[in-house]
Ligand binder design. Structure first.
Ligand code: AHR
Length: 654
């Protein structure tokens, strides 16, 4: 065979190999980097925090003592007296001198033996060997007695794993601060106060914190949980919810002014999730507000997220009491919003700016937006919203407002609100969807036909709810469906300015709502598959959207394929997100048009697995992103998509 014939055969076999490479697919994918279709807002991917599932007290807020100020409905809930030694506890109320924190415990110690009172923590206290713990208490010694108190932490067998002591030496209320080092790691420890000498003692604000909080702030937040939030690199953080904003009735609504200043002056109230679901009743769920609005703003700043507080506009939860304030009584709600802007942004000379400074943050927090109402609906909402927005806008012109479109992404309530809000030129409309995974797969084009010149969308609460009841339902099917849907949000970034999965946190032994993004016990935490999907979208956001098509059509479900493409201008990289929601492996040729490529190495992150896979405390990363490298052939990339997979591909541009 002469060399020409040989060459001919080599070429033919190459051709056959390449045909074979791409023959499993009907798709030739094209990305045109020269065409920008939308600008992505820095706020695009954010997080939704609500104190549900013990997310604040017992969760992010690192306080280990439950019912530290005896203000729960049952004042000794969480506490146990060891009565065998004599002595007693009496709960007293001094509401005339301290309306926010009226109760305290009076302990009478009789006889020669010490009296012990034990706190069980939030279903135990997580204690780590070698770590320091800060104990504090407000106390008063009524009779002149020696007043020695030993504080220890014990494991389930009663073994001491840390101890300190002090003397209550004052007849007046005085704060005592102590610390000790733990000698063992225990998931569900208890704390005992042993009053050694006969006498009468008053105690309040009994507290135990790890020293090792986020940024080592005294009385701060759980480090591992904040780190998980920081790792998402969220564009915003919405707080404090959720339905908790509304309250079951108006007296139970979230009032930010009661959550700032000294912690001992923050008035505890019941958490609405305490009794919301009979099957997940949580009688010990209250809000101490140790994690209050100042701490939320600080958290936002720490993790580089824009703060998005949601305020009550005079309406309680419409699934519960549906109480609404009369229009002539709405002024205090408006004033709360105006004062909040002053608290966040005002100079230190102003009343609320001064309070912010006194709490440790003289610089403003740069608040630029607020939500008005959570899942409120009906003409009563529109009526209150109009009055509220007009008044707040007049005083705070730089603030953008997020408005509710109710509880569902379609139906009468949604259609009414969506129409009214667009007529009012709402800045941002908050849409919520808790739907089966199929809904997410079928709705990847939801925003393709929205009016580009009207109000923007905030996909403020969403999660795919798969099958399964009374358990953690965060499977790969849910996460993959959300990833597919999120490519549609990203492709429509000119309409969708913000999005957040909900809810964020759940405590394994005390949750009310599932699925959730992050689960934790007293010492550990893990991200669900959804967590990693959120992280991948946010960490690979890009600045502008460019088209990725197959046969000139967007990839939004045809042949179970979903994709979006963006350009990160600073890194000068093309980012492609692509989901194969079918059970077949898919191989595609991707052509990149409109720009030269800097190098032929391409980084790829893949998530894939069986649809039923989920992570757990025992197997926290059973499904998690896996990084690899691929090579381009000129401006073409052969991408193979395993069954049920999500890939993020980054290509360096010239
Ligand atoms: O995310 C849990 C709840 O779902 C929120 O509190 C509420 O807004 C929605 O109904």
């Amino acid at each position: 065979m002469n060399k020409y014939i040989r060459l001919f055969f080599i070429k033919i076999s190459f051709l056959l190999i390449s045909i074979n490479c791409f023959s499993q697919s009907d798709h030739k994918l094209v990305v045109d980097v020269s065409k920008t279709t939308a600008t992505i807002q820095p706020t695009m991917w954010g997080i939704f925090f609500e104190d549900i599932n013990l997310a604040a007290d017992g969760g992010l807020y690192a306080e280990l003592v439950k019912n530290r100020s005896f203000e729960f409905a049952q004042p000794l809930m969480g506490w146990k007296e060891q009565k065998q030694n004599g002595g007693s506890v009496l709960i007293l109320n001094r509401s005339n001198e301290n309306a926010a924190n009226p109760r305290f415990a009076r302990i009478t110690v009789k006889g020669s033996k010490p009296f012990v009172i034990t706190n069980e923590g939030f279903r135990g206290m997580g204690i780590r060997e070698g770590n320091s713990y800060i104990f504090s208490i407000w106390a008063k010694n009524n009779a002149i007695a020696q007043g020695k108190v030993t504080v220890n932490v014990t494991d389930s067998s009663g073994n001491k794993i840390g101890e300190t002591s002090f003397i209550i030496d004052s007849k007046n209320w005085k704060k005592y601060n102590l610390s000790f080092q733990a000698t063992a790691t225990v998931l569900k420890a208890k704390m005992n106060l042993q009053l050694e000498n006969p006498g009468i003692y008053d105690i309040d604000m009994v507290s135990l914190f790890p020293k090792d909080t986020w940024k080592e702030r005294p009385g701060g937040l759980r480090k591992d949980l904040v780190q998980m939030l920081a790792d998402i690199k969220p564009g915003f953080i919405r707080f404090p919810g959720g339905c908790i904003v509304e309250g079951r009735d108006l007296t139970n609504r979230y009032q930010w002014k009661k959550t700032v200043g000294n912690v001992e002056d923050r008035q505890l109230i019941v958490n609405r999730w305490n009794m919301e679901f009979a099957s997940r009743s949580t009688p010990d769920y209250f809000q101490s507000f140790g994690l209050g609005f100042y701490e939320y703003f600080l958290l936002a700043e720490d993790i580089g997220a824009s703060p998005l507080p949601i305020l009550n506009c005079g309406m309680a939860c419409q699934f519960n009491s549906a109480e609404a304030v009369t229009l002539d009584a709405i002024q205090p709600y408006i004033q709360d919003a105006i004062d909040l802007v002053e608290f966040a942004n005002g100079s230190v000379q102003t009343k609320w700016g001064k309070l912010r400074a006194s709490m440790g943050h003289p610089k403003p927090f740069n608040l630029t937006m607020m939500g008005v109402g959570n899942e409120n609906w009906g003409p009563q909402y529109i009526e209150r919203l109009a009055v509220f927005t007009k008044a707040v806008r007049a005083k705070c012109p730089g603030i953008k407002f997020v408005n509710s479109s109710g509880t569902d992404p379609s139906g009468e309530r949604f259609d009414f609100l969506n129409g009214e809000l667009r007529k009012m030129n709402a800045d941002l409309i908050d849409e919520h969807y808790y739907r089966p995974p199929e809904w997410f797969l079928q709705n990847a084009k939801r925003y393709d036909h929205y009016d580009r010149g009207s109000s923007k969308v905030f996909a403020g609460e969403y999660a795919a709810h798969g099958p399964g009841n009374g358990e953690n339902k965060s499977t790969w099917l849910c996460a993959m469906s959300e990833a597919a849907f999120m490519t549609g949000l990203e492709r429509n970034a000119d309409v969708v300015s913000m999005a957040s999965y909900a809810p964020l946190f759940a405590y394994v032994d005390g949750w009310q709502w599932a699925p959730d993004l992050i689960w934790f016990d007293n010492l550990h935490s893990y991200g669900t598959p959804e967590y990693y999907v959120q992280q991948l979208f946010s960490n690979n956001k890009g600045d502008v959207v460019v088209p990725i098509t197959s046969n000139d059509s967007v990839l939004a479900g045809t042949d179970s394929l979903y994709a979006s493409a963006t350009v990160d201008k600073k890194a000068n990289e093309l980012i492609i997100k692509i989901v194969n929601a079918s059970r077949q492996e898919d191989v595609h040729q991707l052509d990149i048009k409109g720009v030269g490529l800097k190098e032929n190495k391409v980084s790829v992150i893949t998530m894939n697995g069986a649809l039923t896979i989920r992570n757990s405390l025992e197997n926290p990363t059973l499904i998690a992103p896996v990084s690899s490298m691929m090579e381009m052939d000129k401006d073409k990339l052969r991408i193979s998509l395993p069954p049920y997979s999500f890939k993020v591909i980054r290509v360096k541009l010239m």
